[in-house]
Design a protein around this ligand. Structure first.
Ligand SMILES: Cc1ncc(COP(=O)(O)O)c(C=O)c1O
Length: 389
């Protein structure tokens, strides 16, 4: 019997294109290999120019959490104050990290499913002297998009000395954000909207972030110290930690795909796909947790219909049986719905397959005995938008 292929629709890792997997399967070479050095150099240069970064782009082996810690470690020092703007589980992750570092941590929280406003950030920052502020561009626990551009503009006029750290893990490569908006550290990792397998952390540091790091002298952290990696990023024939050779090639191929699509078009595609996908899921009775004005283009939290009496474990097991990998909800939404990613290199076939699997799971759980309602909405959305990917 042919096994049902798995649709990888959790909010990361996301589906990995064949050409990227092929790079991971290449024969590994020495990190001093001249061709590899040229590949690594080209990758860093592309990341830097494509995200309009006036400082330096870093690519190191690790996950999104490592990139978070890299930003905090290099842009702040013990005793300074930091404002954490959080609208979910991953925003909150900064709190413990910054507390451990010995920073004075204040938190601006938005209730789950909503975001704070730039005015609220301004009001908090006006209360005392802060060295930095964190924004989680898309919180993966809520599917909510933060008002990043508004925060950037506000900081420029109201708090120009406060450094801005942006968690772009569930956004970068799928949602518009440029280093030159005034972001001092923007970071992500390979397995989300870049559509590459897990393994690499990427961080764009502004020129003043590099200056801040320099001013700190020796910092307690070693592996992800900017000063250790700067010489490598500028000349990848240098060594600090062994580069993940095959993952660097995989990311290079991922970036080639992004370049071919074009960043602006990629951002627009994510918005189109998210809208069509949410409309199809809503036609099946699910409720998108994020308010329409806060919805992320990269992932959604879908809440079970009121009064449907669906058991979360049973429903998600059915989804898995139908070949659809989904993620459970966290925090305030735990048990009330599930999360699906719609980011990276996904196309109309993936969306159709996903909605079809949800419909079969609904039918199996007695939720909608007449499958086709979600697919009808999805298909007409795809046709109307002329979506060709
Ligand atoms: C917004 C956000 N930040 C940080 C992380 C942590 O990334 P990782 O699991 O790769 O360490 C995640 C993981 O999903 C995330 O979604």
């Amino acid at each position: 019997m042919i096994k049902t292929p798995k649709l990888l629709m959790i909010p990361g890792p996301t589906p990995v294109a064949r050409s990227i997997l092929d790079q991971m399967a290449r024969e590994t070479v020495a990190f001093g290999d001249m061709d590899f050095i040229a590949d690594f150099k080209g990758l860093v240069a592309d990341l830097k120019s494509m995200w309009r970064c006036g400082g330096e782009a870093f690519v190191v082996a690790g996950t999104g959490t490592l990139a978070m810690e890299m930003a905090v470690a290099n842009l702040t020092q013990r005793g300074e104050n930091i404002l954490v703007c959080s609208h979910g589980f991953f925003g909150d992750r900064f709190i413990e990290m910054c507390t451990r570092k010995g920073l004075g941590v204040d938190v601006l929280r938005a209730s789950w499913g909503t975001a704070y406003t730039p005015e609220q950030v301004n009001a908090e920052l006006s209360k005392k002297k802060y060295a930095a502020v964190t924004v989680t561009h898309v919180d993966t626990s809520t599917g909510v998009l933060a008002p990043l551009k508004g925060v950037c503009d506000m900081l420029k006029t109201r708090h120009p000395d406060v450094l801005l750290i942006v968690d772009g893990v569930a956004a970068a490569g799928g949602v518009e954000a440029w280093s030159d908006w005034g972001i001092d550290a923007l970071f992500t990792c390979s397995q989300k909207a870049f559509g590459v397998a897990p393994g690499l952390a990427m961080l764009w540091a502004s020129a003043r972030a590099l200056e801040k790091r320099k001013s700190l002298g020796t910092i307690p952290e070693s592996y992800f110290d900017f000063e250790r990696w700067l010489p490598v990023m500028r000349d990848p024939s240098k060594y600090w930690g062994t580069p993940a050779v095959n993952m660097i090639w995989a990311l290079k191929e991922g970036l080639r795909i992004i370049k071919e699509e074009g960043l602006e078009e990629r951002y627009a595609r994510h918005i189109r796909q998210a809208k069509i996908f949410a409309a199809a899921m809503e036609a099946l009775g699910f409720k998108t947790a994020a308010a329409p004005e806060h919805r992320a283009p990269t992932l959604s939290v879908f809440l079970y219909p009121d009064g449907a009496g669906l058991d979360d474990g049973t429903f998600r097991a059915k989804l898995a049986e139908e070949g659809l990998q989904s993620a459970g909800c966290l925090g305030d939404f735990a048990g009330k719905g599930f999360r699906l990613g719609h980011m990276g290199n996904i196309d109309k076939h993936v969306l159709v397959g996903t909605v079809a699997a949800v419909e079969r799971a609904c039918a199996a759980c007695g939720l909608d005995p007449a499958p086709g309602r979600g697919l009808a909405v999805l298909q007409s959305g795809l046709m109307q938008s002329g979506l060709i990917v």
